[in-house]
Design a protein around this ligand. Structure first.
Ligand code: G6P
Length: 747
């Protein structure tokens, strides 16, 4: 029934169109044929006149006009010529054949012949009137010949043409109607099943493909193009409101009423180093600094950190403060001094030989010494005193950073009970059993619970922490609100995945094109044009999976010897904590493995592994990120890892492949990377091969999506979410305080 209705919907307008077309076309056709024949008849008349001109001129000499009459009578024997008349130059009808209409004079004949449609009706039908000048031998115009041609044959032909036209239009109509019926039938079925398939989520074109499998590749292509366009559109819209420095500043002004911000970390954001030629300023290789520095630039305030550079003392004022970044002076860096002994116990000992391996569970035994612990406590107290000294109000917002300061929150809380203390733990938090190894586990947990907000990168780390507290402290845990109440204080435990500051358009505009970066890097490393490279960028640390990465490179060259001579792996390893035995042994091991692989697969002109064990400034790293075909981040355990985010931010060309360890916090956000288990050498080698052979379209697809994530989930969002929660918390406390004041009996 529907099909019939559908077909009628097509057919009725079609029939109407055909009728109207015929109605308009037939008279037009008539007029056209008449005009064509008139032109023919005129030509014919001219020809006849020219042929007869001599005879007429001779015959005119005959005073009786008999010769003229004979000539004319002979001429009208032509079946189409009805009558002939001869007009003098004075307009007098001199001679004419018998059928010449009596009432047709020379003047009327001249007027009719000059019309667009030179016809007149005489007895027996229509005639065409032609007026043609007769010229003598010398070209003199001597008379005019009036020729009346029969037009009935035109009408006959026109009728014939009309007949043909009607048959043609009707024939066409029938054919079109037939095609319409068939197409309507087919497409109705197609649309119905298409709509059904759509409702089933199978798309519109699948019914067509099932009937014509040869269309399948075309349809697949079309589908993927449509999806591309859709994604492109979504990407172009971007997130609704992106977090940026302005938004963060506005948040501080509104939600935190412009309260001052104090950051505490062990590592300082700018290190002054004395060289033989004066003092230089260095940026340390530290994820923490990468993330927190842009936040401080946006918010101002004071950053308290260990002054570890040889030129640090010489560059501060008498209060141990210096304005940074140099030349911009956005915020104050307050330096804390440690003796070698203190640094050894607090930083190298307790923090990096104890807590670091304890939290990373990276198969390096944590070492806990009583002496280190005492230094750790002492230095935490020193930093707490510095916070109190730097605070200009009794309720500052203090951002405590990382495992160097587990005791700091409770120490600050003791002196500044109304402070909002946000502690962020930049490294993983292990399960309760692993954490139980620490002899001072209780003190550490109690110290951390001095925080108002305690942040980890992932939910998993939050869960581990809450379970650890549950196991070792007498605290009240509210899982629903993710809060821990211990003694008088309540701590909100939440995950805040850290990130980087997304480069601004102005920054990106200063970057050299990718091709140029590649050319420069290859040239610097002595590699030929077109050589493929994968990179690794890390602190020289055993948790980063550098050894596993080298094994994967070696396996790639074994499995795919076609890469020998055509591919190299470049590892940037910034020296770190080198005075620790564990680190020195690890660094030696990496040097040895590099040497071994290079001897095995390299030659005088080819080195499969380049180990660049030196500090690189951010511009040099950016160039390397842009030059790389692939970036390997294969941490054995990592809180977040910001190298992968920096790599993605550097690739505005949407090329390059990220290989990412599933044990890095970043793997939870960056699922478009090639996710690997770094302990599984075979899998990592395969991922490396895949990255080097990945089609450009796939690279683009993955990279564009990763870029969207990192752009949106940037470091301002990280800080913004923590500060928003802090703002809410402060508001709640203020309301509680007011309510208590109004209660009877409360002074
Ligand atoms: C990790 C830690 C940071 C530390 C960084 C560099 O990312 O979480 O707190 O700053 O490593 O280590 P370093 O010991 O050189 O400061």
């Amino acid at each position: 029934m529907n099909t019939l209705r559908m077909q009628l919907r097509f057919l009725v307008p079609l029939v109407i169109t055909l009728v109207v077309a015929s109605y308009l076309a037939l008279p037009l056709m008539d007029r056209l044929t008449l005009r064509w024949f008139s032109r023919d008849v005129n030509l014919r008349g001219e020809l006849l006149t020219n042929t007869m001109a001599d005879s007429i001129s001779e015959a005119l000499k005959d005073p009786l006009g008999l010769r003229l009459q004979v000539l004319f009578n002979r001429a009208v024997q032509d079946e189409r010529l009805v009558a002939i008349g001869l007009c003098t130059l004075n307009g007098e009808l001199l001679r004419h054949t018998p059928a010449f209409p009596r009432d047709l004079g020379c003047a009327q004949a001249t007027e009719t012949a000059g019309r667009k449609d030179p016809q007149m009706h005489i007895e027996g039908g229509s005639v065409h009137v032609g007026m043609h000048p007769v010229k003598a031998d010398n070209g003199e115009h001597i008379a005019d010949l009036v020729l009346l041609h029969d037009l009935s044959f035109v009408e006959r032909r026109s009728q014939d043409t009309q007949k043909y036209l009607i048959v043609l239009i009707s024939g066409l109509g029938v054919i079109i109607a037939l095609i319409t019926v068939v197409v309507a039938q087919l497409s109705w079925r197609g649309w119905v099943s298409g709509a059904r398939a759509l409702l089933r989520g199978e798309g519109l074109i699948s019914p067509l493909i099932s009937t014509s499998p040869e269309l399948a590749p075309l349809a697949a292509d079309l589908r993927s193009r449509l999806r591309d366009l859709e994604d492109e559109y979504r990407r172009s819209l971007g997130p609704e409101t992106i977090w940026n420095p302005e938004r963060l500043r506005a948040l501080l002004r509104t939600q935190l009423r412009g309260d001052e911000l104090i950051v505490v970390s062990n590592r300082e954001p700018y290190i002054h180093e004395d060289t033989g030629h004066g003092t230089i300023v260095k940026r340390p290789a530290s994820g923490l600094v990468t993330a927190v520095e842009p936040v401080m630039r946006a918010c101002s305030g004071t950053w308290i950190a260990h002054g570890s550079g040889s030129g640090d003392r010489g560059s501060v004022d008498k209060h141990d403060r210096v304005l940074v970044p140099p030349g911009k002076d956005d915020y104050t860096l307050r330096r804390i001094w440690l003796t070698e002994e203190e640094e050894k116990g607090y930083y190298f000992g307790f923090a990096n030989e104890g807590l670091w391996p304890l939290c990373h569970v990276a198969h390096v035994r944590p070492v806990f010494r009583e002496n280190d612990w005492q230094e750790y406590r002492k230095i935490n107290q020193r930093f707490a005193d510095a916070v109190v000294a730097e605070a200009r109000s009794e309720d500052p917002v203090v951002l405590v950073q990382d495992y160097h300061f587990a005791l700091l929150p409770a120490l600050i809380r003791k002196k500044l009970p109304r402070a909002t203390i946000i502690t962020f733990w930049h490294i993983p938090w292990p399960n309760p059993e692993s954490f139980g190894i620490c002899p001072w586990r209780q003190e550490i947990l109690e110290g951390m619970l001095g925080s108002t907000i305690l942040g980890f990168h992932t939910r998993f780390h939050c869960k581990n922490f809450i379970e650890t507290v549950d196991r070792y402290l007498e605290a009240r845990i509210e899982h629903e609100h993710s809060t821990i109440s211990f003694h008088e204080d309540t701590t909100f435990v939440e995950n805040y995945p850290i990130s980087i500051a997304w480069p601004s358009d102005t920054t990106m505009a200063t970057w050299a094109p990718v091709a140029q970066c590649k050319e420069r890097v290859l040239q610097r490393l002595g590699m030929p044009p077109g050589h493929r490279i994968a990179i690794g960028v890390d602190r020289f640390d055993y948790t980063k999976g550098i050894l596993e990465r080298l094994h994967a490179v070696e396996r790639l060259l074994e499995k795919h010897p076609e890469w020998i001579g055509k591919f190299s792996f470049v590892q940037v390893a910034a020296p770190s904590r080198s005075s620790l035995e564990e680190y020195r042994a690890f660094q030696d091991r990496i040097q040895n493995t590099t040497r071994r692989i290079n001897e095995r697969f390299g030659n005088d002109s080819y080195q499969p592994v380049h180990l660049l064990a030196e500090h690189h400034e951010s511009d040099a790293l950016n160039e390397l990120y842009r030059a790389a075909d692939a970036c390997m981040v294969t941490s054995l355990h990592d809180g977040m890892n910001l190298v992968c985010k920096e790599f993605v931010a550097a690739r505005d060309d949407e090329r390059g492949v990220l290989i990412l360890s599933r044990f890095a916090g970043a793997a939870r956000e960056m699922s478009e990377a090639l996710i690997v288990n770094p302990y599984h050498v075979e899998e990592t080698a395969d991922a490396l091969h895949r990255s080097l052979t990945m089609p450009e379209a796939e690279q683009r697809e993955r990279m564009a999506s990763l870029r969207m994530t990192v752009h949106e989930f940037n470091v301002y969002r990280w800080a913004g979410r923590m500060l928003t929660d802090a703002g809410r918390w402060r508001l709640r406390e203020r309301i509680e305080a007011r309510v208590q004041r109004h209660q009877p009996g409360v002074g």
